[in-house]
Structures are given as C-alpha cells and as structure tokens.
Design a protein around this ligand. Sequence first.
Ligand code: GLY
Length: 264
Amino acid sequence: MSASYHFTHAITRKPSASITSGLRAVDIGTPDLAKMQAHHADYIAALRSTGAEVVELDALEAFPDSVFVEDTALCLPEGAVVMRPGAPSRLGEAALMAPHLRALYAQVRQISGADSFIEGGDILTTETEILVGRSARTNAAGIVELTALVSDWGHTVREVFTPPGVLHFKTDCSLLDGETILATERLAASGCFDGYKVIHTAIGEEACANTIRFNDLVIMPAGFPKTRDTLVAAGYAVREVGNSECAKLDGGMSCLSLRFSPRG
Ligand code: GLY
C-alpha cells in the first residue's frame, strides 16, 4: 500500500452559509450555497465509494473558509501536525480541528511559533518526501518548524516555491501515484518535480491541477475534458466532481478534505 495515496479516513466540514464571505483573490461571483452543498455531497460520496470512512464535521459560521479543511493540518501515518494558517481570518480554524485529530491519532503535534505560518494547501506529500511551497500563506519559519516536528517520524521536508499570484502550491499540482505528479507547466518549469514523472494540465485547463488521488480514484473538478482524457488514457480511474462554487474562492479538490490512515 502506498502511504501517499491509500487512505482509510477523511475529514470534511460542511460549507457554512457564511461561505459567501470567503476569501478570494479575484471576485468572479458569489458562491451559491445550495450548489456548493450538492457538489460537496458528490465529493464525499466519491471518497466513500473507495471504502474510506469519512467524518463530516458541522459547519462553522464564524469561519467562512472552514470548508477548506486541508489547510488546518498535515496528516501522516505516524501522527498529525496542526497548522498555523497565514490568513488571519483562518487562524482559529486549526485549533477547532485539533480535537478531531486527537480522536483518531495517538500523536498530534502543533505549529506554534508566533512568526510561523503554514497551510496544508502548500504541502504535497509524496512517497519519499514532503514538498512545502512558500507562498503568501506559508513562510520559511513555518517550514522550519514543520521540518523539526516530522523528522523523528522519518519524514524529509523540501522547501519549494509557489508561483507568484497562485494561492497555494497545490493549486498548481497533485500527486497521481508514487512517482507521478499532475502539474501546470508554469509550476513544473521551476524544476521542483525533477526526478518525478510529470503530466501537464492541458493548455487553458490549469485550473484543474488541484485534483486528489484517493485510493483507486483520481477525483478532479468537472469541466476540464482534455486533461481528463489524458488522465484516463494514462490509466487512471477518474471521477469528476462539480467545483464551480469552491473555485470562486480559489478552492479545489484537495482543499475539501484531510486524508489519512492513522497507524495508532
Ligand atoms: N478561500 C480559500 C482561502 O483563501 O484560503
């Protein structure tokens, strides 16, 4: 079993009515809550169809972006690390995730430095290393602290860079299997995936780079047919899920869950 994409569990959080106030780089319209809820249900059904247990947390009205649970923690087989989000309006989300992680993990650690900021959307865990992209939300101090927290669990962290103007490192890439990454050309051109096999998103379909490999499925946003066909031709079992409403808030498939197999 590959620890980087075989998972027994996922945690999600229901979208709140306050999602209409969620953070966004550019305002391209107000998210429709009912439509987002329908997409969210399809997403959870896709996760569950692989046999995983999915914990659905209640909505948090005080935190408009809290549906994007991935930013609150890094989940590894040995334990979880609670993040310190760089967006001030999201800082409180991490502490509210911690008890749910403690219910499933024996070891839960925490990024705690006052100057350390790091969000899960900037972290790509592969079979051999943890890549963390510096971004507007994740700084060098956060990466140094994470590196120290996971080293005795046997994990190596490599600092990389999120392209300017891109929210998170994983906005532009996803793990497809033990050696293959789906990435935009702009990110892959930085050389950060040297040594991996890279499949590029189709030109004009860069917005689908944020997919997830979850057990046997690659779950990707609907509406990107060229990239979908490339992935199907490469042998992946693709499941498309609507993402039009989360996309208005720069959110994608990885943002909507924490995925893990706790060892004890
Ligand atoms: N809207 C998601 C984020 O900015 O964190």
